[in-house]
Design a protein around this ligand. Structure first.
Ligand code: AP5
Ligand code: MG
Length: 213
């Protein structure tokens, strides 16, 4: 199964992706996670990415297209399939992905678009906490870690500051529609209501994915 998950920043792409990976065994390819890993390793690519991410801007297409192509070419993808999260984010990236999939002889089975009311997203992002050891994502109010937890075991993303979130939302709203139109023309888009509780969203996501092919 080869899938894309789309949605505005904070829509719940990463949250649903973790559940999809567990249920369907596909490889999770999150460009945001790849950039954050490169940033923490302070590679040249990480330093470049940081200069865009800290401002809420998109990393240049040629960099992003390159890392996705490299990842999709690895052997495990042909075997277990993939779930792309946060890519493509511009129409040029969508065209580049079409080319890459053709070259690698892969086909896209479906796009899960998590539809959310943008007014809820600042609250979701400002309350997001991530476990330092496991990388698991939680929310202080909507999805708190079980039991008593030590706040020091969790961190907040640098780009979840309100001023950066505003820019991320503006950028993503502007870029998103042409990408959805592109995949709608191919009959691949499935909308899921993301304004529901996490587990209910996942029930809907599962129905969509199980109905593909
Ligand atoms: P990226 O990491 O992809 O960030 P994003 O798209 O802004 O999305 P987020 O990861 O913030 O949100 P999410 O939808 O995964 O939500 P989550 O599940 O965590 O990209 C970061 C940056 O990297 C970009 O700004 C850009 O600079 C760069 N970049 C990445 N890809 C790029 C590309 N292709 N091209 C160029 N640049 C690129 O949930 C959020 C919170 O809400 C959590 O706390 C969660 O617990 C909670 N939550 C989730 N679902 C629900 C629910 N249903 N109800 C209540 N709370 C919920
Ligand atoms: Mg994410």
């Amino acid at each position: 199964m080869n899938l894309l998950i789309m949605g505005l920043p904070g829509a719940g792409k990463g949250t649903q992706a973790a559940k999809i990976v567990e249920e369907f065994g596909v490889a999770h390819i999150s460009t945001g996670d790849m950039f954050r890993e490169a940033m923490s390793n302070q590679t040249d690519m990480g330093k470049l990415a940081k200069s865009y991410i800290d401002k809420g801007e998109l990393v240049p297409d040629e960099v992003t297209n390159g890392i996705v192509k490299e990842r999709l070419a690895k052997q495990d993808i042909a075997e277990k399939g993939f779930l792309l999260d946060g890519y493509p984010r511009t129409i040029e990236q969508a065209y580049a992905l079409d080319e890459t999939l053709k070259e690698l002889n892969l086909t896209l089975d479906g796009v899960v678009n998590i539809d959310v009311d943008p007014s809820s997203l600042v609250e979701r992002l400002s309350g997001r906490i991530i476990n330092r050891k496991t990388g698991e994502t939680f929310h202080k109010v909507f999805n708190p870690p079980v039991g008593d937890y030590d706040e020091n075991d969790f961190y907040q993303r640098e780009d979840d500051k309100p001023e950066t979130v505003k820019r991320r939302l503006d950028v993503n709203i502007a870029q998103g529609q042409p990408i959805l139109d592109h995949y709608s023309e191919k009959g691949l888009v499935n909308n899921v209501n993301g304004n529901q509780e996490i587990d209910i969203v996942f029930e809907d996501v599962k129905k969509v994915i199980s109905g593909l092919k």
